[in-house]
Ligand binder design. Structure first.
Ligand SMILES: *[C@@H]1O[C@H](CO)[C@@H](O)[C@H](O)[C@H]1NC(C)=O
Ligand SMILES: *[C@@H]1O[C@H](CO)[C@@H](O)[C@H](O)[C@H]1NC(C)=O
Ligand SMILES: *[C@@H]1O[C@H](CO)[C@@H](O)[C@H](O)[C@H]1NC(C)=O
Ligand SMILES: *[C@@H]1O[C@H](CO)[C@@H](O)[C@H](O)[C@H]1NC(C)=O
Ligand SMILES: *[C@@H]1O[C@H](CO)[C@@H](O)[C@H](O)[C@H]1NC(C)=O
Ligand SMILES: *[C@@H]1O[C@H](CO)[C@@H](O)[C@H](O)[C@H]1NC(C)=O
Ligand SMILES: *[C@@H]1O[C@H](CO)[C@@H](O)[C@H](O)[C@H]1NC(C)=O
Ligand SMILES: *[C@@H]1O[C@H](CO)[C@@H](O)[C@H](O)[C@H]1NC(C)=O
Ligand SMILES: CC(=O)N[C@H]1CO[C@H](CO)[C@@H](O)[C@@H]1O
Ligand SMILES: [Fe+2]
Length: 474
């Protein structure tokens, strides 16, 4: 026999890779904005955008760069009103854990690669990155100049947070962007500030779509080879940050773009879309919860505190029931660590935080012994103590309550916030600089955070959580 079945399949794909059941390749089907997400330890979601709908989005992949012998397809090629692009989502399954694969979305001209999630319970140390409240950089977002009403321009020659994350991406396994992604809803503010011109409220939000495309194009250098996990933030809710909803055209409200762009592992974890989900990676169980909608007095509910007129996305009680079930089912012998994230913090140096979020989520996070809670929303680095219902515990002495770290210092057009001069008793370290967080999971007892200044890569804060427990693999 001249060829094995796999090789025949490969030859067939090589000649037809651009003609899947009605899809023929042209400029409009070229893949852009490629972004990965974990889909269980045996899967990877590949998402990308095209300027035309695909009948059958397809990804070829394999363990050798020159032999993409397998393929996976879907029928998910979606757009929404006022979007100029289609979002394509394909999930690759039956992959080996902690293994490098090469892949190419259909009609592509370049091979990319990724590494699957570490085996659940694997004791190997690793790092992950966390960033919050990061918008597009350049003429439509944060740059070395600002418009009226904005502050904190980038320093000339400083790296942006995307550049900084990209320059260090070989050091971490994945990124967790804990909400407020792109800041497309800043378009009106930028036009009113004369930063981008003209002020045009009748162009159907053309700039909103342009900013989304700017962001996804910029972040692709990271997201095409590094899983990029996301949280819903308030700036995903609508087109103008809640100040004049009547200006939003269809497709720019109620988390529409956020729902269309991403493919978080909710199917694998019983969660809901990109709103709440969980995943395991080595020694850690990661849990995403939604601080914007779907819990009592959620800020984005119609009439809620943020006037964002969004949600709910599931029947009353669904999110909290899911969170309880998910946390209750964690096998702490395999994943001794539980790390949770939600966009809005409640313990922060400048009070008040999101007290409705605290009422909904804190009892469950305490009850199930969550180790670390990450959030953004506040536009600086804001590390807290471990806290139980307002009472602090020290992180170096085996706290029973979660440790809280807020970092919304990714950077966007509006710059950084200013903390109150009087810090809350839970506060441990505040840094008002653009930056992101690098976490090291050393073993089952030690977990370190570092705050990295985007501009020059220096470490501006470091702290280690110490738990007194025995790793069952020792
Ligand atoms: C590959 O595709 C990208 C995206 O469409 C395009 O920008 C680039 O010019 C192409 N490169 C080559 C060598 O064809
Ligand atoms: C605003 O956009 C609309 C639609 O594209 C266009 O017709 C109009 O001329 C624009 N107005 C200004 C002031 O540029
Ligand atoms: C909100 O936007 C609409 C549409 O452009 C405009 O007619 C209205 O005056 C705006 N309202 C406020 C309060 O700015
Ligand atoms: C937002 O979308 C969800 C899902 O389609 C829908 O159930 C909900 O009513 C919408 N909320 C608003 C305020 O439009
Ligand atoms: C949702 O459920 C909670 C708790 O059971 C209840 O207090 C609340 O009134 C319910 N909200 C709605 C809108 O039904
Ligand atoms: C949390 O603290 C508040 C005020 O400090 C108190 O009223 C409440 O009972 C406490 N809740 C629990 C569950 O201990
Ligand atoms: C866990 O990691 C910390 C930090 O690297 C180290 O000091 C400690 O000795 C390790 N514990 C064990 C049991 O290996
Ligand atoms: C790096 O940037 C930070 C934040 O802007 C600054 O405080 C620090 O002095 C810089 N370090 C060096 C070595 O330039
Ligand atoms: C209503 C609302 O969500 N407003 C937000 C608009 O954006 C600024 C800056 O991020 C927030 O501080 C506001 O809370
Ligand atoms: Fe926010």
């Amino acid at each position: 026999m001249l060829f094995s079945l796999n090789e025949l399949a490969f030859l067939a794909l090589a000649t037809t890779a651009c003609a899947h059941q009605g899809d023929s390749c042209n400029e409009k089907t070229a893949p852009t904005q490629i972004r990965l997400a974990y889909a269980g330890t045996n899967g990877m979601s590949v998402s990308w955008n095209t300027n035309q709908q695909l009948q059958r989005p397809t990804v070829t992949f394999g363990s050798s760069e020159h032999r993409l012998s397998r393929s996976a397809s879907s029928e998910t090629s979606i757009t929404y009103e006022s979007s100029s692009t289609w979002n394509n989502h394909v999930t690759l399954t039956d992959l080996a854990p902690d293994t490098k694969y090469f892949y190419m979305p259909m009609c592509g001209n370049q091979t990319y690669s990724f590494t699957t999630a570490r085996k659940v319970g694997s004791p190997e140390p690793y790092k992950f990155a966390m960033v919050g409240d990061m918008g597009t950089f350049g003429p439509d977002g944060l740059s070395t100049t600002v418009g009226k009403g904005a502050a904190n321009p980038l320093q000339p020659g400083a790296m942006t947070t995307i550049q900084s994350l990209n320059s260090l991406k070989s050091s971490y396994d994945f990124i967790w962007h804990v909400g407020d992604i792109a800041y497309a809803d800043a378009w009106l503010k930028e036009e009113k500030g004369g930063y981008i011109t003209p002020l045009n409220t009748s162009d159907n939000g053309a700039v909103y779509d342009r900013i989304l495309n700017d962001f996804y194009n910029e972040v692709e250098e990271i997201s095409s080879d590094t899983p990029y996990m996301v949280s819903p933030g308030n700036h995903e809710a609508n087109c103008d940050n809640g100040s004049n909803l009547t200006i939003c055209v269809a497709g720019q409200t109620n988390f529409t773009g956020f729902r269309a762009h991403w493919n978080m592992p909710s199917a694998q974890s019983g969660g809901l879309e990109n709103f709440w989900y969980s995943f395991d990676h080595g020694m850690v169980h990661y849990v995403q919860f939604n601080t914007e909608t779907d819990f009592p007095n959620a800020p984005d509910l119609p009439g809620g505190s943020a006037n964002e007129d969004a949600g709910p996305f599931a029947p009353n009680g669904t999110q909290l029931e899911w969170l309880k079930r998910d946390l209750a089912s964690v096998d702490r012998e395999k994943t001794p660590w539980i790390i949770a994230a939600g966009h809005r913090p409640w313990y922060m140096s400048s009070q008040p935080g999101c007290t409705d979020c605290q009422a909904a989520f804190e009892p469950l996070l305490l009850k199930y012994g969550v180790d670390l809670v990450l959030s953004g929303h506040v536009h600086y680095y804001d590390r807290q103590a471990a806290v139980e219902n307002g009472t602090t515990q020290e992180i170096t002495n085996n706290p029973t309550a979660p440790w809280y770290i807020t970092n919304g210092a990714g950077g966007h057009y509006d710059g950084l916030d200013t903390p109150d001069p009087t810090l809350a008793p839970t506060s441990r370290k505040v840094v008002v600089e653009y930056g992101w967080s690098l976490f090291t999971v050393h073993n089952c007892t030690h977990l370190t955070t570092e705050f990295i200044a985007s501009g020059n890569g220096s470490v501006l804060d470091t702290a280690t959580l110490v738990k007194h427990r025995k790793c069952c693999w020792e």
